[in-house]
Design a protein around this ligand. Structure first.
Ligand code: ATP
Ligand code: MG
Length: 390
């Protein structure tokens, strides 16, 4: 495939200048169009793509400064290279043009060699930028395709796995008296493993949706006490089995959050289940919260658990990362919980950090937005109100 030579727009109110520049550029192998003032130039740029604009600064109808300002404001035009041409030694205009975003400049009368060098340099830069942009678009498309694929596969696998678990539980329920202990153990293992697989598939599909930008937060007024209680219920049996103590120390009279209730519960559940999993029996888990400023609340989940080795700390939010600590490895997990937690906090415009000491404990701290009474918020519709009842 042969590509067309670069298309250059020459903008100058003097007909002789236009003709001279056109001839010089055509001699250098470029395609050239011309315009006699700024307004005509913008019309042409609107109608067809150009690779570069040679722009006279002083023109009667719309001068070069105005054209530059308009080009740099429009997202689809702001990367178009513009070489300005000004009167000899009018450095003030040149400085102004450069600050407005001109790529390069030339003085009149235009020297052919200099013109060639400046135009070529700007075109090379533009080609590099275009190639970088195309790579970025291709990467984004590949990422989207991967996420859609993961979503599809997890969804398809989820149905048979749910069925396997259902039938296993049914067998255990009805046949237990007739089964030998090793048979019961095998069925229990199938049930537990299919549950784990279901959880992993759920996390994977959730993650791919979040990463593909499909996470649509449905914010509403949310009371922290309510979401903390829901998350506590979700991990209650885990905490009870290990005989751990659970405490909530929320600052009194905390204003409500402006957040997605379901996602905040998910975030708290991830942190609480970690706190319980990575804390020995009898340990203590605490949820605290305090108002940082008029717009932000800070929530913390602390435990008196095994802690995270300093070496592992920089990688703790990475996808699929699990610490090497054998105490941590003895717990079931896929290494997605914290990665998802961070994505959820960031989707709310917050930040999540942690401090940890090996053998002493860990505290995760994150921020969430408070409801702003004086800011008009879109009200959830009647359907949302039915689904999300705080
Ligand atoms: P899952 O995806 O099921 O949550 P996971 O718990 O292994 O699996 P993350 O929640 O992402 O994954 O946690 C990553 C790793 O960080 C864990 O494997 C564990 O080693 C370490 N970790 C997380 N929370 C704590 C904690 N409170 N105390 C000590 N280590 C922790
Ligand atoms: Mg976890």
């Amino acid at each position: 495939m042969t590509s067309l030579p670069p298309h250059i727009l020459v903008v100058d109110d003097a007909v002789t200048n236009r003709l001279v520049l056109k001839r010089m550029l055509e001699a250098q192998g470029h395609r050239v169009s011309t315009a006699n003032d700024g307004a005509a130039a913008l019309k042409l740029i609107e109608a067809q793509p150009f690779d570069l604009v040679l722009l006279d600064v002083m023109m009667p109808v719309m001068d070069g400064f105005e054209v530059l300002a308009i080009l740099r404001e429009r997202p689809d035009w702001h990367k178009l290279p513009v070489v300005v041409i000004s009167a000899l030694n009018d450095t003030t205009s040149v400085v102004r043009c450069v600050s407005l975003g001109a790529t390069d400049y030339l003085f009149k009368p235009v020297n052919q060699t200099l013109l060639k060098a400046r135009v070529e340099a700007s075109l090379v830069r533009k080609r590099a930028q275009d190639a970088e942009y195309a790579t970025l678009l291709a990467l984004e498309a590949a990422q989207r395709a991967k996420n859609e694929y993961v979503s599809l596969i997890s969804h398809e696998l989820n149905t048979p796995i749910t069925a396997i678990r259902g039938y296993t539980d049914l067998l255990l329920k009805h046949l237990r008296p007739q089964l030998t202990p090793p048979q019961v153990q095998s069925l229990e293992a199938i049930s537990a493993l299919s549950k784990l697989m279901g959880e992993l598939l759920h996390d994977l599909s959730d993650l791919s949706r979040i990463e593909a930008g499909f996470l649509q937060l449905e914010p509403s007024i949310v009371f922290l006490t309510t979401v903390v209680e829901t998350a506590r219920l979700a991990v209650q049996s885990l905490i009870a089995t290990k005989g751990q103590h659970f405490a909530v120390t929320l600052e009194p009279e905390l204003p409500p959050l402006w957040a997605d209730r379901v996602r905040v519960v998910q975030l708290l559940t991830n942190l609480l289940s970690n706190a319980s999993k990575y804390t020995p029996p009898g340990g203590k888990i605490t949820i605290g919260a305090r108002q940082l400023n008029a717009a932000t609340v800070e929530v913390s989940v602390s435990d008196t658990g095994i802690g995270i080795h300093a070496e592992d700390q920089p990688r703790i939010f990475e996808r699929f990362f699990r610490a090497n600590n054998p105490l941590a490895r003895s717990e079931r997990g896929t290494g997605l919980g914290l990665h998802i937690a961070r994505l959820l906090v960031e989707a709310h415009g917050g930040k999540i950090t942690f401090t940890s000491q090996l053998g002493v404990g860990t505290t995760f701290t994150f921020t969430l937005p408070l409801e702003q009474r004086d800011v008009a918020r879109p009200q959830p519709g009647p359907h949302a109100a039915l689904v999300r009842d705080d």
